[in-house]
Design a protein around this ligand. Structure first.
Ligand code: ADP
Length: 491
């Protein structure tokens, strides 16, 4: 039946559940509607990487010359705006202080994280939003910990993350956030309804005042609310919308795979547009370079891995941006590439032997005690692969290669060797509802639409043309927390 509530949250992924916890903490009554039969959305599927400046966790990572060169390169970029100029000045000052301190552990700060995020998005991201993200990740991380999230102690670089600041949960899975936040939200009194789909927003005199919902019995009901938080995620699983908005790739039609959950159909963008929300950066759609083809794999970490094509050769700098990695892979034979690891990475991420054996026995992962044996199992020329791995060993020693790699781990000389095959797949839609730093949705004139908040992948403006790996989950959780608190204060 119809109901009345302070805050209606649409979507029970990372952003929605974060908003639900934060809104209830701030005294609001909360209803969360989720159209699927389970919570979690894309957040559940993700590896849960959470990029954050974190002085304690990062202390063991050493700063070297190639990392210094990365910082100096971005500091030398011609500013595109006053805000960018200010950001460069702030980072320069911090970097000078860091150098003067004589520290050899990793240089990091919210501003440096912001500058890298801005650069990776080709300088079209909104700097205020980016700084709101990077200046709140650490607090949000602590808040998540207080609300039941537990972490793997090692900070790494997930694919496309560009810097050693990716924290992950104990199970290296976004499911950990969903479990912790949904438990907390319910403990705080939020009501979560599954199989319950928001169809459209209700608006009175410009203010958003609830939504029309199809409930689990298939009935149309109304939820009246003082405010609504839109947290429906992106549209990577909606082929029509992909094709309509894509400006970046030759083809994003149905022949291109997606690794998204089937509910990522852009509903919140359509509902938002109908009440006058402005859309931003809609043409930029991210392909995840690593969509499993063979089906297995060791890890998404760059440090101890190389990528080779069907000819057994490297073709790209593995610690590059995701769009560069995806385009690089699309240019290879059959759009296929292999990630090569050895025992070092297995020890590092501690994969149980039974899982490894299962993947190898079922053809999901190729294994070799020698490189020749690995090459044979992969179906690539052994001579080429041997030379590639030898050359890579020399590059590790020199901390330098022809592709411009800056993230170095161990040489690949610790057998057994493993490889899994991958192709790029549609992963994240950077565009969406335009918001301000308070997570309020804006119309085309830049005015706030009263009562209307949004967070997570349904929003646009932060990631620009290309999202940094490990920035999506903090985006959803940081802005979800902000949206929930502000929505709770809405009269
Ligand atoms: P984010 O990371 O931004 O939180 P997710 O993909 O993790 O995005 O979560 C979005 C959630 O919203 C998914 O669980 C999805 O099923 C849900 N959702 C999408 N559209 C609707 C809708 N119309 N009504 C209710 N829930 C929706």
């Amino acid at each position: 039946q119809d109901s009345d509530v302070d805050v209606l949250v649409i979507g029970a992924g990372g952003a929605g559940l974060s908003a639900a916890v934060s809104a209830t903490e701030n005294g609001a009554s909360v209803i969360v509607v989720e159209k699927m039969s389970m919570m979690g959305g894309n957040t559940l599927r993700s590896g849960g990487a959470f990029n954050s400046y974190d002085p304690e966790g990062q202390a063991s990572t050493k700063m070297d010359d190639s990392l210094k060169a990365t910082v100096e390169k971005l500091l030398a970029v011609e500013p595109v705006s006053d805000a960018h100029k200010q950001l460069i000045e702030d980072v320069q000052k911090q970097y000078d202080e860091y150098l003067a301190s004589g520290s050899d552990s990793l240089f990091d700060s919210p501003e440096w994280h912001a500058l890298q995020t801005l650069d990776a998005g080709d300088y079209i991201g909104n700097i205020d939003l980016i700084l709101t993200l990077t200046r709140n990740t650490l607090d949000t991380k602590k808040w998540l910990t207080a609300n039941g999230t537990t972490w793997d102690p090692t900070i790494r670089t997930v694919i496309g993350a560009l810097w050693n600041r990716s924290a992950q949960t104990t199970n290296v899975s976004g499911a950990d956030f969903i479990a912790a936040l949904s438990t907390q939200a319910e403990k705080n009194g939020a009501q979560i309804y599954l199989d319950t789909k928001a169809e459209s927003l209700l608006q009175e005199n410009g203010k958003v005042v609830g939504a029309t919902i199809t409930n689990a019995e298939g009935k149309t009901v109304t939820v009246n609310a003082k405010s609504v938080v839109m947290a429906t995620g992106g549209f990577a699983a909606n082929v029509e919308m992909r094709v309509k908005y894509n400006t970046e790739w030759d083809d994003l039609g149905e022949t291109i795979a997606t690794n998204n959950h089937p509910g990522a159909t852009g509903d919140g963008i359509v509902m938002g547009e109908a009440v006058g929300a402005d859309l931003v950066d809609m043409g930029w759609i991210q392909l995840m370079p690593l969509f499993p083809v063979s089906g297995g794999g060791i890890s998404g970490y760059v440090n101890n891995a190389i990528y080779v094509n069907k000819e057994g050769q490297r073709y790209v700098n593995e610690d590059n941006r995701r769009d560069v990695l995806a385009q690089g892979a699309l240019n290879q034979t059959d759009k296929i590439f292999f990630v090569i690891n050895d025992q070092t990475e297995i020890d590092s991420v501690q994969i149980p032997q039974a899982n490894l054996d299962y993947m190898v026995e079922n053809g999901m992962l190729f294994k070799g005690d020698t490189i020749e044996e690995l090459a044979e199992n992969m179906g690539v020329p052994a001579d080429n692969l041997k030379k590639t791995i030898e050359d890579y060993g020399k590059a590790v020693d020199a901390q330098q290669d022809e592709f411009g790699r800056a993230t170095w781990g161990a040489r690949l000389d610790n057998p057994p060797y493993y490889a899994a095959s991958y192709t790029p797949a549609v992963h994240h839609t950077m565009g969406g509802l335009r918001i301000n730093t308070e997570a309020q949705v804006l119309n085309a004139s830049g005015e706030v639409i009263p009562g209307f908040y949004a967070a997570g992948e349904v929003t646009g403006g932060i990631h620009g043309t290309n999202r940094v790996g490990g920035n999506a989950v903090p985006d959803a959780l940081v802005f979800g927390k902000i949206a929930g608190a502000n929505a709770a204060a809405q009269k």
